[in-house]
Design a protein around this ligand. Structure first.
Ligand SMILES: [Zn+2]
Length: 318
């Protein structure tokens, strides 16, 4: 029996919203009231980000002009029990909070703004085309659990397409330039450099992945929809409503694997457990760990490309 792994668990039955409110109250007891400070020109600001991909963009573009606080720490098990009162109190010092469209970020943003009305919320996801979640098969239940990222069937993993990262980098630079006018030239130069690196990443991905056009990426968690969409691949996700499916369902899913050209199973470190490793070996596929929540975006993308190149360039009959 394979245990379920809800993407965002509730903490001992306390809904996340309640947990944030509680932590905000606790944090509010030990910090000064940020809203009471005079607004003066500054040359360094604190930026809060919900997700690691947004934190990555803020560090790359803001460089030494910013302190970046991520609500979801790298390597966390996606559970909001990992947001500590200390993190919340640091987030309360932020001048800007970055979201990329996940409902939990909205909850944090609302809670922070209640405490600090001057907080500027920047929606980096605005204008990005959304794809449907889990389009590889049409089970109605094939999306994240409502207390995961989303109660809808829109795929939230927009950062897995480098072109979406370019869009978000440009939106971020515009927002930061307003807050740090004296650094606008440096911000523009950093943004330009980052955009060029993202363009190069995309071009390299296009050429390296072209021979595997139409192949299926098998992932435990459905985090690769935008990546698959960008490079002519398909995503097949095992996890359903935060739980592993039954053995029979797995067998059904795997039966067309030869035509679908599946060569490995991608798992995130947050889900890298013995039951999931056993599942991979039962299906007869090597397991490869890729962390879409890494703050080392280029390293993660390079590893993903190399993993696919390694497994999908082999003769599937051997
Ligand atoms: Zn996810």
């Amino acid at each position: 029996m394979i245990q379920g792994f809800p993407f965002f668990k509730r903490m001992r039955g306390i809904p996340f919203q309640g947990l944030v409110s509680f932590l905000l109250v606790v944090a509010g007891l030990c910090i000064h009231d940020a809203s009471g400070e005079a607004s003066t020109s500054v040359d360094r600001i604190t930026i809060g980000a919900g997700m690691p991909a947004a934190a990555f963009l803020a560090r790359e573009i803001g460089e030494d002009k910013v302190d970046v606080i991520t609500a979801l720490p790298e390597g966390s098990n996606h559970e909001f029990s990992s947001i500590t009162a200390k993190t919340v109190s640091k987030l309360l010092e932020a001048r800007v909070f970055l979201t990329i469209g996940l409902p939990f970020e909205e909850q944090i943003a609302d809670s922070l703004q209640n405490r600090n009305p001057k907080l500027i919320i920047v929606h980096l996801e605005d204008g990005i085309r959304r794809i449907a979640m889990g389009s590889a098969h049409d089970h109605a239940d094939h999306h994240h659990t409502p207390n995961c990222h989303t109660g809808t069937t829109e795929d939230p993993h927009i950062w897995m397409d480098p072109l979406n990262m370019i869009h978000m980098a440009q939106a971020l630079e515009a927002a930061l330039a307003k807050e740090l006018p004296s650094a606008s030239d440096a911000l523009a130069a950093n943004s330009k450099d980052l955009v060029e690196r993202l363009e190069n990443l995309h071009e390299t991905n296009l050429s390296v992945l072209r021979p595997m056009y139409g192949a299926t990426l098998l992932s435990y968690h459905a985090a690769f929809g935008y990546y698959a969409d960008a490079y002519g691949l398909k995503q097949l996700a095992i996890e359903s409503e935060g739980k592993s499916p039954s053995a029979r369902k797995i067998a059904d899913m795997m039966s067309p694997s030869k035509e679908q050209m599946i060569a490995c199973m991608l798992i995130q470190p947050q889900f890298d457990t013995p039951p999931i490793r056993r599942l991979a070996s039962r299906i007869g596929l090597p397991a490869e760990v890729i962390d879409p929540l890494s703050t080392d975006y280029f390293g993660m993308m390079e590893r993903l490309r190399n993993v696919l190149l390694n497994h999908y360039s082999k003769d599937p009959e051997t």
